[in-house]
Design a protein around this ligand. Structure first.
Ligand code: NAI
Length: 332
């Protein structure tokens, strides 16, 4: 099958190319998918899209016109897809669920440790011959309360690691996991989790319900000086509210791998240009904020698994009309 791969990077060429092994013709396209670029998929039977590709009604209508039957997301999240429009256009949407929860979980924990012990600041100081410890004071993790919002595959992996540090875990999820409860995780209503956590980490999907789940009111419920992590999707946090919380000390540390307006910034080298986004630029001014550019998934193991499952989705769709991991609700 001919597959148009949008937002292609060198690593996509490497891992998807290897997994395709000549069985599918992959057309690697640099541009991000949008209504303007959808036409580039002309001639393909399937499209492969990533997290900031815009799979909206206009794009899907264009794909229908071009005879494209499958959008194979090379991501777990699918908040960037208009599933109603996909159903109307008869286009199947597939994704890669749980390709490597450990990759994102370990990145989350790396951010917790870096923020807590100010590793990002210490690295800069030592390079400049500044060995002062003033301002680098951290806290022990043992005995701290970690609040986990969303205890699916990634949240569960974070919990298992943090239990190893001797943390106590409180969690909120509309579908509690009995196995985690058996490990001592206390499931509570969200306001109670917000009030109890020394460290609060977000692992729920972005849905209309979770958009700005962490807003000014939620921040007001948290413990003063809380460490807040978001490695899920940017818009789960109201960034303006987070900035206000950082300014008045309500938030003591903020670690972000995702940002609500990341589509205009992330995955590109913009180091020779100014940052046009004033809210993002403000975030960069805080010493207690650590931002990575959506790299939680970026391990060899995860990219290998993403490529294998993406190609399996494409192969099963080609053979049967059904992809291996269809997004629930995308088919009429
Ligand atoms: P999952 O589907 O295994 O788990 C999500 C959990 O969130 C489920 O248990 C679900 O019941 C729960 N949930 C749904 N609504 C909720 C709500 N309102 N409050 C609390 N919990 C709620 O998904 P997985 O694999 O753990 O991924 C989680 C998210 O991580 C994805 O949706 C994606 O946005 C993000 N992600 C980020 C990556 C990165 O590179 N930073 C890579 C992969 C995923």
């Amino acid at each position: 099958m001919d597959v148009a791969v949008f937002s292609s990077k060198s690593y996509d060429r490497q891992f998807l190319g290897a997994a395709a092994a000549g069985k599918h013709r992959l057309r690697f396209l640099d541009p991000r998918l949008s209504a303007e670029t959808a036409i580039l998929a002309k001639g393909a039977g399937a499209v492969c899209a990533f997290v900031n590709d815009q799979v909206d009604a206009a794009v899907l209508a264009e794909f229908q016109r071009l005879g494209i039957g499958l959008v194979a997301l090379r991501s777990a999240g699918f908040n960037n897809v208009d599933l109603d429009a996909a159903r109307r256009c008869g286009i199947v949407v597939a994704r890669v669920p749980g390709y490597s929860p450990d990759a994102v979980a370990e990145h989350t924990v790396a951010m917790i440790l870096a923020l807590n012990r100010n590793i990002h600041r210490a690295w800069v100081r030592v390079r400049e011959g500044n060995f002062s410890l003033d301002g680098l004071l951290g806290f022990n993790l043992r005995g701290r309360v970690v609040g986990v919002v969303g205890t699916g595959q990634i949240g569960a992996a974070v919990i298992r690691i943090m239990l190893g540090f001797g943390c106590r875990i409180v969690a909120h999820d509309p579908q509690p996991d009995p196995a985690l409860a058996g490990l001592g995780v206390r499931y509570l209503a969200l306001p109670e989790v917000l009030a109890a956590a020394d460290i609060l980490t977000l692992h729920c999907p972005l849905t209309p319900e979770t958009r700005h789940l962490i807003d000014a009111a939620a921040i007001a419920r948290m413990r003063k000086g809380v460490m807040l992590l978001n490695t899920s999707r940017g818009a789960i946090i109201d960034t303006a509210a987070a900035i206000a919380g950082l300014k008045d000390g309500s938030i003591g540390h903020l670690g972000l791998d995702v940002y609500e307006e990341e589509a205009a910034l992330f995955f590109e080298d913009r180091s020779d240009r100014m940052i046009p986004d004033d809210i993002f630029a403000r975030l960069l001014t805080f010493p207690n904020v650590l931002i990575t550019g959506h790299q939680g998934f970026f391990t060899t193991e995860a990219l290998t698994a993403i490529a294998a499952t993406t190609l399996a989705n494409i192969a099963t769709f080609e053979a049967t009309g059904h992809a291996l991991h269809e997004v629930p609700g995308s088919r009429a």
